[in-house]
Design a protein around this ligand. Structure first.
Ligand SMILES: C[S@@+](CC[C@H](N)C(=O)[O-])C[C@H]1O[C@@H](n2cnc3c(N)ncnc32)[C@H](O)[C@@H]1O
Length: 444
């Protein structure tokens, strides 16, 4: 546990370490959570979160700046120093932190990172930035990747897929994300929960679409510990776009439901909250460690678990886990590029490559084809991805419909949604939500 929570040096050091891990290929979510836990003060955790998110989001710009400021690239063993410099530039330029304090703390952080030989260089680089910032900022403006903070391959894909909307998608990916809540329908109505928030001095907006009947939007994110009744399971954090899944699937009492890529269980819990009378719910995930989080979530929400079976297995290989009982409803929330949630997971743009997309799309198509025979005639399958790339949404579903005679897509009308040949695309930022693709398929 860091002792000096209010010590900006300790924060900058921790931020540099997290950003270095992300530059090394680790997922932001995996490294940031544990790093935050090292700070006792909620305020220090929130600062670390803000500094790291801004640095990762801005890293395509600030790494380009460093390329101009350094005579030669830093050696690979100095990744943490590069991260400390990216954090410093981002704090000065994106977060408006006082420049001289940032420079001093960064030089100290470089020493603490075990690179005292690079402390002078860090100092010189940051001072040169401050001296020449106007000219350097102008040069970065001329570099599209540095300006738009998205890699060239992704900009090209977004332009091709959404010629009239790609700029909005990019802007939303670089913008702040509101915090969305979902009241636990099994325990409390939305109005009552909203009143609990108001009593705690927290204002919450109600979205316009009546289908999002338990959703509330907070303009500023808060630690969950500040949400009334969070530990007791009155509420969960879940983006508004993700809350459409349970509403569109609309599972009825007595139905048998499969949640095929279920972990960590946000949508599983919503399905149960919304319909306590399900005959059974199978929550499947390939990753046993993530699967364990489903049960913990259901326990916190105090949802009956006797009719829930959590299974570790491959959605593309039902022969290995299916008991032969057909499902009335299937949710396939498939693994994807996560290009619809870049504002929450800005590391995705650093880690994904253009070549990943066809591989993801082939996996999505394989799961969809493998799960279809498990659906009862008249049953419905909801296909979802938090992607904005047509290759993972419309193309997967259109290809499937062309091959599958007994499948038809039901019309989906979502506010602000982009209608497509099959399914509907929610673009990020629309109604303050993440980007999501949905298609609802019915078996004849
Ligand atoms: C988008 S996340 C699901 C989020 C979840 N539905 C929720 O709302 O909390 C995709 C999940 O698919 C799982 N997964 C990836 N490949 C899979 C496969 N072949 N079969 C089953 N699950 C898989 C991942 O482990 C991951 O937990």
């Amino acid at each position: 546990m860091a002792t000096a929570d209010t010590d900006s040096g300790a924060l900058r050091l921790a931020a540099a370490r997290v950003v270095a891990e992300v530059f090394g290929g680790r997922s932001l979510k995996a490294v940031l959570g544990p790093a935050e836990q090292a700070f006792a003060e909620p305020r220090a955790r929130a600062s670390l979160h803000a500094v790291v998110l801004a640095a990762v989001r801005g890293s395509l710009r600030w790494r380009a700046a460093l390329a101009r400021l350094l005579a030669r690239p830093l050696p690979a063993r100095a990744r943490a120093v590069e991260a400390a410099l990216v954090c410093a530039l981002s704090q000065i330029e994106d977060l408006g932190a006082p420049a001289h304090a940032v420079v001093n703390d960064t030089v100290a952080a470089v020493r603490a990172l075990g690179q005292p030989g690079l402390a002078g260089l860090a100092n010189a680089v940051l001072r040169r930035w401050l001296r020449e910032r106007e000219a350097l900022l102008a040069a970065l403006e001329a570099d599209e990747v540095a300006r738009l903070l998205h890699p060239a391959w992704l900009l090209e894909r977004l332009r091709a897929d959404w010629p009239g909307h790609w700029q909005e998608i990019v802007a939303a990916g670089n913008g702040p994300a509101p915090m969305w809540l979902r009241g636990n329908a099994a325990r409390i109505g939305r109005d009552d929960y909203r009143a609990r928030l108001a009593a705690a001095g927290i204002a919450a907006a109600v979205p316009g679409d009546a289908r999002l009947d338990q959703a509330l939007r907070l303009e500023t994110a808060l630690p969950v510990a500040r949400l009334p009744g969070f530990a007791e399971g009155l509420v969960s954090v879940q983006d508004g776009a993700a809350q459409y899944a349970a509403a569109l699937l609309d599972a009825g009492a007595g139905q048998h439901v499969l949640d095929a890529c279920a972990a960590p269980g946000g949508k599983t819990a919503h399905l149960l909250e919304r319909q306590p009378g399900l005959a059974g719910l199978v929550a499947l995930d390939k990753d046993p460690a993530r699967l364990a989080r489903i049960d913990a979530g259901l326990a916190r929400l105090q949802l009956a678990r006797d009719r829930v079976r959590c299974l570790a297995g491959d959605a593309g290989d039902p022969a290995a886990w299916w008991d032969g009982r057909r499902f009335d409803r299937i949710l396939l929330d498939a693994p994807c590029s996560a290009t619809g949630i870049g504002r929450r997971q800005p590391d995705v743009r650093l880690h994904r490559r253009a070549a990943d997309i066809p591989v993801l799309a082939a996996g999505q198509a394989r799961m969809l084809a493998a799960l279809w025979p498990l659906l009862a005639p008249g049953g419905r399958l909801l296909y979802a991805v938090c992607s904005v790339l047509r290759e993972e949404g419309e193309a997967v579903v259109s290809g499937f419909l062309a091959r599958q005679d007994d499948a038809r897509a039901l019309p989906l009308d979502l506010p602000g949604g982009q209608p497509l040949a099959a399914g509907v695309q929610l673009l990020p930022g629309n109604e303050g939500m993440d980007g999501f693709y949905y298609a609802l398929l019915e078996r004849q």
